[in-house]
Design a binder for this molecule. Structure first.
Ligand SMILES: NC(=O)c1ccc[n+]([C@@H]2O[C@H](COP(=O)([O-])OP(=O)(O)OC[C@H]3O[C@@H](n4cnc5c(N)ncnc54)[C@H](O)[C@@H]3O)[C@@H](O)[C@H]2O)c1
Length: 330
């Protein structure tokens, strides 16, 4: 396969850094954009980016995708300094997370909606024909499980989910009017090494490892379709092909309750933990569960990691990076 020039936004993020790494290693030229947003401790973003900077065909540009002029300037650098024409945009830059979106919805709309709009405009003007959007299982709200891509999703429970739904709609508009080929990937609770410190797996590992109280919002019976980072990255890369316009779930298809997740972590770390129960947030979904038959059919994708393997390697990473994680704020 010929190598491609791929623009990856959110490249210092949890998922973006893994995808950038895999694309660079297979020989593509990756132009990674990130604005180092203050969504969580930037030491983790720096840690991920430092690893990428060792790769020959990875190039970093500091850029806020919600700033259209800044995005155009970055593209001029790619064309001018690097002499490259971008073939594909993989848009992972986003403000993620449900709860904070109720406090500051503006940042979610500027990043997730205007950022996506600016990138689609860039595709239109520069004739970049392939666009991949990272979307989310949060879009399904309280739909019946397992969630499949054919379900109607018109009752968003949070500004985060509704901003992603708007981004999906924009993708359709640009596909229909300008022929841009679109893959929309709805990711389900992604976890793994160097994961996000605002997410349950990272927090639970830290709390168990440090002997702190562990906080559950609700009774712990909520289930999440936890999906390992390498599986998400593999599925995303498989979706870089001409599909027309497709929305595809990427999940493990095997939901696990938070209680069972904590038991797994306790067994691995060989420590007990005190659980503190707090109220359920109204924007939280009780259980997520992905129907992944479409990903299997269209992308020939299935997850390689089960939760036990994934948790084991996440804890290994945590233990091997104590110097970093000891200071990372939750
Ligand atoms: N992690 C999950 O479980 C999950 C689940 C569903 C969907 N997603 C989606 O996947 C994508 C990646 O998520 P993640 O978990 O890696 O999150 P992340 O926060 O680790 O990564 C996002 C990156 O985007 C960057 N960014 C934010 N605003 C930006 C802007 N205006 N301009 C440029 N860069 C900006 C951030 O600095 C960060 O490095 C997001 O679109 C997210 O909504 C993630």
């Amino acid at each position: 396969m010929n190598s491609m020039n791929i623009l990856v936004t959110g490249c210092a993020g949890f998922i973006g850094s893994k995808i950038s790494e895999l694309l660079s290693l297979r020989g593509d030229n990756v132009f990674g954009l990130d604005n180092f947003s203050d969504s969580y401790d930037i030491r983790l973003k720096q840690f991920r980016l430092d690893k990428l900077k060792h790769l020959d065909n990875f190039h970093f540009l500091h850029c806020d995708v919600s700033d259209n002029d800044a995005l155009k300037n970055s593209y001029e650098i790619i064309e001018g300094t690097h002499g490259a024409k971008v073939d594909v945009v993989v848009n992972l830059a986003a403000r993620a997370g449900v709860r904070y979106s109720l406090e500051n919805p503006w940042i979610y709309y500027s990043t997730n909606v205007f950022g996506t709009l600016n990138l689609l405009e860039l595709c239109k003007s520069k004739k970049i024909n392939k666009f991949v959007l990272a979307s989310t299982s949060s879009i399904y709200g309280n739909n019946p499980t397992p969630y499949d891509e054919g379900q109607v999703v018109d009752k968003q429970l949070s500004p985060y989910a509704s901003s992603k739904k708007s981004a999906e709609e924009l993708c359709y508009t640009y596909h229909k009017n300008f022929g841009i080929d679109i893959s929309i990937l709805r990711y389900f609770t992604v976890y793994g090494p160097a994961g996000r410190p605002d997410m349950s797996v990272y927090r639970f590992i830290k709390w168990v490892a440090e002997g702190s109280d562990l906080i559950f919002y609700g009774d712990g019976n909520q289930k999440r379709d936890f999906t390992y980072i390498d599986d998400i990255a593999k599925g995303t890369i498989l979706a870089i092909k001409n599909l027309g316009f497709e929305i595809i779930n990427l999940g493990s298809g095997k939901p696990v309750s938070l209680i069972d997740l904590v038991d797994m972590i306790k067994m691995n770390i060989k420590k007990e933990v005190k659980i503190v129960y707090q109220g359920v947030h109204p924007a939280d979904i009780h259980s997520t569960w992905a129907d992944i038959s479409k990903a299997n059919k269209i992308l020939d994708w299935q997850p390689d990691y089960d939760i036990k393997q994934g948790i084991k390697s996440t804890i290994e990473w945590y233990n091997n990076n104590r110097e970093l994680v000891k200071d990372v704020e939750l």
